[in-house]
Design a protein around this ligand. Structure first.
Ligand code: FE
Length: 287
């Protein structure tokens, strides 16, 4: 007899969001990466910024460097402008994504282009394997229109930012797909009572981040504004609560390499961090 058993992923651990500030004093909530032991390989950090108070965001993130990983910014509300030392300028409006591969080095600023109203979104840091940390930097703006919401089989919709979402109704490939960590990044909008079955590649580390409403996995409620880490498996079954749910589902193939981080530099050894500082101080970034 041969049977096919699909292993559902369950809730394993929650990394609560912790209030912090970064840049020139932008208030945000950090879950993944709030402490060195709270990374989820290959993800180094997840920040949510969500405020109606201009004083929380006006100072923005003036020019600063990155080396050794990628930053993925997803805007929900507000308007942010990116400028870098390669001469790129990019505007992020609601629903837009910026995928920046810092790799061997980039210096950029991320500044709000509004003086009032709500600013809301996420920034994810995705690690690069040792073999790719020193490749040339690159940068992509992905407008919301290139990532339309698609219908989920169990009700609701998903915006596929990265990876490949498989449903009975079809396969949707995100604006970014493949690569060494094969990142999957979906924004799920579920109406009240919906039950979504979302395949997640087995062996990938995965978490959900509930940012609105309520949802449960296997009858266990997911904490709002925390990264809920999932056990390994092939499928995540999510049930939305009475007010529906909006959540991010993020997964990636672990690198299993040493991580040495010094602020915005993430390398594999201490020597490489010292080299990053030396290169930055001597103006070698961006060449
Ligand atoms: Fe940055």
């Amino acid at each position: 007899m041969s049977t096919t058993t699909v292993v559902n992923r369950s809730l394993r651990q929650v990394i609560p969001g912790q209030p912090t500030s970064d840049g020139a004093g932008v208030k945000l909530s950090r879950s993944i990466g709030a402490a060195p032991g709270l990374r989820v390989d290959p993800f180094l950090m997840l920040d949510e910024f969500y405020t109606d108070q201009p004083s929380d965001y006006l100072a923005g993130f003036p020019a600063h460097p990155h080396r050794g990983f990628e930053t993925v910014t997803y805007m929900l509300d507000g308007h942010m402008q990116h400028k870098d030392n390669f001469g790129n300028t990019g505007d992020l409006a609601p629903g837009d994504v910026q995928w920046m591969t810092a790799a061997r080095g980039i210096i950029h600023s991320e500044m709000p282009q509004q003086t009032e109203g709500r600013m809301r979104g996420f920034q994810l840091w995705l690690n690069l394997p040792a073999a790719e940390k020193m490749k040339p930097a690159s940068y992509r703006d992905i407008p919301a229109a290139q990532m339309p919401f698609v219908a989920l089989d169990g009700g609701g919709q998903a915006r596929v930012i990265a990876g490949r979402l498989v449903q009975d109704s079809g396969v949707t490939t995100g604006a970014v797909s493949g690569g060494s960590t094969d990142p999957q990044y979906y924004d799920l909008h579920l109406p009240a009572g919906a039950e979504a079955r979302v395949p997640v590649p087995a062996g990938h580390n995965a978490f959900v981040y509930l940012y609105e409403g309520g949802a449960s996995v296997d009858g266990r409620a997911i904490a709002l504004r925390g990264a809920a880490l999932l056990s390994d498996g092939e499928t995540l079954v999510l049930r939305a609560g009475e007010s529906g749910a909006r959540l991010l589902l993020i997964a990636g193939k672990p690198l299993r390499e040493p991580v040495v981080q010094y602020g915005p530099f993430v390398m594999n050894t201490r020597e490489e961090i010292e080299q990053a500082l030396a290169d930055y101080q001597s103006g070698q970034f961006g060449r």
